[in-house]
Design a protein. Sequence first.
Length: 163
Amino acid sequence: MEIIVRAWEERDIPDMVRIWNEVVEEGIAFPQEELLTIQSGTEFFASQTYNGVAADQETGRVLGLYILHPNNVGRCGHICNASYAVSGGSRGLHIGEKLVLDCLSQGRVHGYRVLQFNAVVASNVHARHLYERLGFVQLGTIPGGFRMKDGHYEDICPYYHEL
């Protein structure tokens, strides 16, 4: 299987919504609690600066995605933020790395100077190791900053990468 990262297309929305909702339902990485519908997902993805999808080049099936958007406004509008989602059955195939590398490139293309992650859950060690290997810098730790699906609180670790 050859996995490529490309710009999203409208035909990708059902897969994007399915994958996004899978991560939201897990309740251990995304702050969102409400699931997307096809309609709300179409609006949500269309509102982003850029969406990338990781797809199997042979079948076209979307296996993961990312969203890229401003982290703030005005004098801080040059800082972007991103979220990544990989379908459960496709984890371990280094799709996350492909998505992050493409996102760094697209951040530059869209005029951003810094990519910042506000809330990486401390127990998300696979993501944290990937970010650190790719040159992201941890800014500190926010104690109890994330409420897990089961109701307990975990620390979050903000990260940034200069573009």
